[in-house]
Design a protein around this ligand. Structure first.
Ligand code: C5P
Length: 398
């Protein structure tokens, strides 16, 4: 379950075709345990009926400053105690009114009168988005501390293609969840490695492993949610994995490339989390051309790769270093051995049969005070647990 259960969100809906996505967004939020108070502009009610939002949120839907909801102070009351106001979709007109401090309907008025964070997900035709006036308004809102989510580029309702599409409901949901998480790593820089490495044998073949990168990507997301500036050094992972949470992503193939990328980005990092399943060995002399079959046996000489984590941890200016130990047996013994050998404050251990390649994981955290198992769960939930532990250790080193 996303960590938004128990939060109260005021969802503003303005008049654009993307208003239908707000219905799906309401469903996602309610399913995750949030309370959603929907406020529609008059124009929004032309696109989607208030009854739809009422049914999905299970709560009254608000649209007028005046008496129709029988609550004269809705513009104040609705945001009191709310965790965030999210306006999705936010039209060019709404953004303009907001940027200029106008309060000429219930939604703009409650945005002005709020005492909680405000997020907007713009949605409009690409020309409207590109207008200098819209860009000025969005820049002003960002400068005023409003979080701007998207927009995305792609096909638009009008048939044109360009920037201005509202993010998909799931993306807005994910961004909101990230936004409301505690920010214990605010101001910190975190670098992670993720995925496998690929060690070339010839131009088309190589040695690799079954690491999917999912745990590393989930940890990158959890660190970003916790407020860190994330640099993600990724081995060859599946294209579909999103790294939009990372401020910087560096794609590499081999262990040597990973090491170079890590060392280059190391200055200024506060935390280094080595999640990657780095190949321990690489072919000593990869063939320039494809190796032809014929011989009954083929010997390949392997040489050891550098241990990136050990190298980083041994530096005098080492950041807080976290290692992973994926074992097929004797987890505690091997994980604790690695922690001591590489002089790490924390090693995250898991049995390969519990995590490698899958969507869930079960890990035990090994630090100077002992072994701390985390509940099994999806990799993002596990990643959030690891981040909380890192944050505690950084605050109170043993
Ligand atoms: O010693 P072992 O390879 O099992 O340690 C695993 C940990 O070390 C992981 O955190 C992994 O990312 C890191 N590692 C590394 N460079 C290597 C091998 C492992 O950074 N060459």
């Amino acid at each position: 379950m996303a960590e938004i259960a128990g939060k109260r969100i005021v969802l503003g809906v303005t008049g654009g075709i993307a208003a239908y996505k707000a219905a799906e967004l309401t469903r996602l939020l309610v399913k995750a345990g949030a309370t959603v108070d929907v406020v529609m502009t008059e124009a929004a009610t032309r696109f989607v009926s208030a009854v739809t939002f009422q049914a999905l949120s299970g709560r009254p839907v608000w649209s007028s400053l005046w008496s129709d909801e029988n609550r004269s102070m809705a513009h104040i009351d609705l945001t009191r105690g709310a965790d965030a106001v999210l306006v999705a979709p936010a039209t060019a007109d709404f953004l303009a009114r907001l940027a200029h401090g106008m309060a000429n309907d219930l939604l703009t008025t409650l945005c002005q009168a709020r005492d909680c964070p405000l997020l907007v997900a713009p949605a409009m035709n690409r020309q409207m988005w590109e207008q200098p006036a819209t860009q000025r308004n969005v820049a002003q809102l960002a400068a005023d501390g409003v979080a701007v989510l998207g927009p995305a580029a792609g096909e638009q309702a009008c048939g044109e293609v360009g920037e201005g599409r509202m993010l998909e409901a799931q993306e807005v949901f994910d961004a909101l969840v990230a936004f409301v998480q505690p920010k214990p790593l605010a101001g910190k820089k975190v670098m992670l490695t993720a995925g496998p490495t690929f060690e070339a044998l010839d131009p088309v073949r190589g040695l690799t492993n079954t690491s999917s990168g999912k745990m590393g990507f989930a940890l990158a997301r959890a660190c970003a949610e916790a407020g860190a500036e994330v640099t993600l050094v990724a081995g060859p992972v599946c294209e579909s994995q999103s790294s939009r949470y990372a401020a910087k992503r560096i794609d590499v193939v081999s262990a040597l490339e990973m090491r170079d990328a890590v060392l280059a980005a190391l200055p200024g990092q506060d935390v280094f989390i080595a999640v990657a399943a780095v190949a321990d060995y690489r072919p000593a002399s990869p063939s320039e051309h494809k190796i032809k079959k014929g011989a009954q046996t083929l010997s390949i000489e392997l040489v050891a790769n550098p241990d990136i984590l050990a190298e980083v941890a041994a530096r005098p200016d080492a950041p807080f270093c976290v290692g992973f130990a994926a074992e097929s047996r004797n987890l505690a013994e091997y994980a604790e051995g690695k922690r001591k050998a590489k002089k790490l404050p924390l090693v995250v251990g898991n049995l390969v049969q519990d995590g490698l390649g899958g969507d869930t994981n079960q890990v035990t955290l090994f630090d100077a005070t002992g072994a701390h198992p985390l509940p099994a769960g999806d990799k993002l939930a596990v990643a959030r647990g690891i981040v909380s532990h890192i944050e505690r250790l950084m605050k109170c080193p043993e």
